[in-house]
Design a protein around this ligand. Structure first.
Ligand SMILES: Cc1cc2nc3c(=O)[nH]c(=O)nc-3n(C[C@H](O)[C@H](O)[C@H](O)COP(=O)(O)OP(=O)(O)OC[C@H]3O[C@@H](n4cnc5c(N)ncnc54)[C@H](O)[C@@H]3O)c2cc1C
Length: 417
């Protein structure tokens, strides 16, 4: 970290290039690389200084990732620790909680998952039924979560649970950090059509959480969850493709492998966004499959390039101009990204034709095949696109909320699914 903080992207690039020259070697391990990254405060420079960041605005912070990609070195620790837990704890945690959790997120030595969705509470997340009851210095947690990405390797989780069933549903939820490795937690992987099991069912049967792990005030968890969801939606809209293919935490087994072996590798969320390498691969596909003179195929590729440009501009607007924020930039970006992925998928399949059903189709090598089978996911995760549109209508455009009893009636009196 230089004595004078950079103030422009060009200055950030100079600092990061120098740092990469001094630090990257062909045989550096993921563990060593991420430790050095955290030491240089380059894992997540947008975080506040006291949380291990540099307090940079998005334009400076994103220059770090762009430089890593250009230099073809491994990015910061992937996963939900850096994306969700770190900014939420930095915003709402005590100094002790920040000191306990942030360092191992930033150097990738602990992995995280997000215990939010339940079988009957996805879109209606505030209808969750997992309960946390106080027992001395602890809370006892019982219930079921589902679609929990990376739970099978996570050391820690952000958890929302009902602590006051007699309060209206948004007002009786609390937010915790819970240790995953304990007798009261069972994780069962769910295999997706990608062939992977990124997400899981998680059963909590009298799992224990120290009361000191409550984030924010008791029963104020819905407000804090909305902080997490804001970061998640903005991340799903802009950042998914920049995340590293190596997973944090010892359980995932990546930390002692060479960092170089993950560069350019296909991560579990390949297909979650259209990145630069998809753009160049699309042109290559058109050459290989002889569609360069086909006006429909050309238009489809042009559409994908336009989407990519618009997404970059949405990213700048989202993070660079806080004074003009409406509060729904992340929701807009998330919905736009779902369409951009579908357009990327369709453009690629238009070039390939029926032969695109084969994984090793010339020019694609699985990249667009994977995007095709993963493409139903972006419109669903981080809250479905329909829910994003409801939020944009209500919070962004000021339209009236849907009428219903659920705002004021005690949760215990509401009908349950
Ligand atoms: C790849 C992937 C990873 C995920 N990872 C995680 C994770 O790590 N942790 C976690 O907690 N969750 C995770 N999820 C879960 C995700 O957040 C939920 O799937 C999502 O919120 C939708 O909830 P649901 O599946 O229960 O669908 P439902 O809520 O049952 O919705 C079904 C359909 O009804 C529509 N709908 C429902 N209510 C309304 C309404 N009021 N207005 C209009 N339409 C409506 C929805 O848009 C949707 O099309 C993940 C999901 C996916 C696909």
């Amino acid at each position: 970290m230089s004595a004078m903080e950079p103030t422009t992207r060009a200055e950030v690039e100079v600092e990061v290039n120098d740092w990469v020259d001094q630090t990257w070697t062909d045989d550096i391990t993921v563990r060593e690389w991420w430790a050095a990254l955290a030491e240089a405060k380059l894992s997540s420079p947008g975080l506040p200084v006291e949380a291990g960041g540099r307090g940079w605005a998005h334009d400076l912070a994103s220059a770090v990732l762009a430089t890593f990609m250009r230099r073809e070195v491994l990015g910061p620790p992937g996963g939900l620790g850096l994306l969700l837990a770190a900014p939420t704890i930095a915003h709402h945690g005590t100094a002790e909680q920040v000191a306990r959790y942030l360092p191992s997120i930033l150097d990738g030595t602990e992995g995280w998952c997000q215990l939010f969705s339940e079988p009957q509470a996805g879109s209606d997340l505030a209808g969750l039924q997992t309960k946390a009851e106080r027992d001395g210095d602890e809370f006892v947690v019982t219930g079921q979560k589902v679609w929990t990405s990376t739970a099978q390797t996570a050391d820690l989780a952000i958890l929302i649970a009902r602590t006051s069933p007699d309060a209206p549903k948004h007002k009786g939820i609390s937010y915790f950090v819970i240790e995953m490795d304990q007798p009261g937690i069972e994780v069962r992987p769910l295999r997706e059509m990608t062939g992977r099991a990124v997400f899981n069912k998680v059963f909590l049967d009298e799992a224990r959480v120290p009361a000191a792990n409550l984030l924010g005030d008791l029963n104020d968890g819905w407000r804090i969850a909305n902080t997490t969801l804001g970061f998640e939606r903005a991340g799903a809209g802009h950042g998914g493709a920049t995340f590293s293919a190596a997973l944090p935490g010892d359980n995932a087994g990546d930390l002692d492998k060479p960092a170089a072996s993950f560069v350019g590798a296909k991560g579990p969320i390949n297909g979650a966004a259209v990145g630069r390498r998809h753009l160049s691969a699309l042109s290559e596909l058109a050459n290989v499959h002889g569609t360069t003179d086909d006006p429909v195929a050309r238009e489809a590729i042009t559409r994908v390039h336009i989407d990519h440009r618009i997404q970059r501009m949405m990213g700048w607007k989202n993070k660079m101009l806080p004074a003009t924020r409406t509060g729904v930039e992340g929701n807009l970006a998330k919905v736009y990204n779902s369409d951009a992925v579908a357009n990327g998928r369709d453009a690629a399949n238009l070039q390939m034709g029926p032969v695109g059903q084969l994984w090793e189709t010339p020019g694609s090598a699985g990249m667009f095949q994977e995007m095709t089978i993963f493409s139903p996911a972006p419109p669903i995760y981080a809250g479905s696109d329909q829910i994003q549109r409801n939020i944009i209508g209500e919070r962004g455009l000021g339209l009236p909320r849907e009428p219903g009893p659920d705002r004021d009636t005690p949760f215990s009196e509401l009908p349950k699914n």
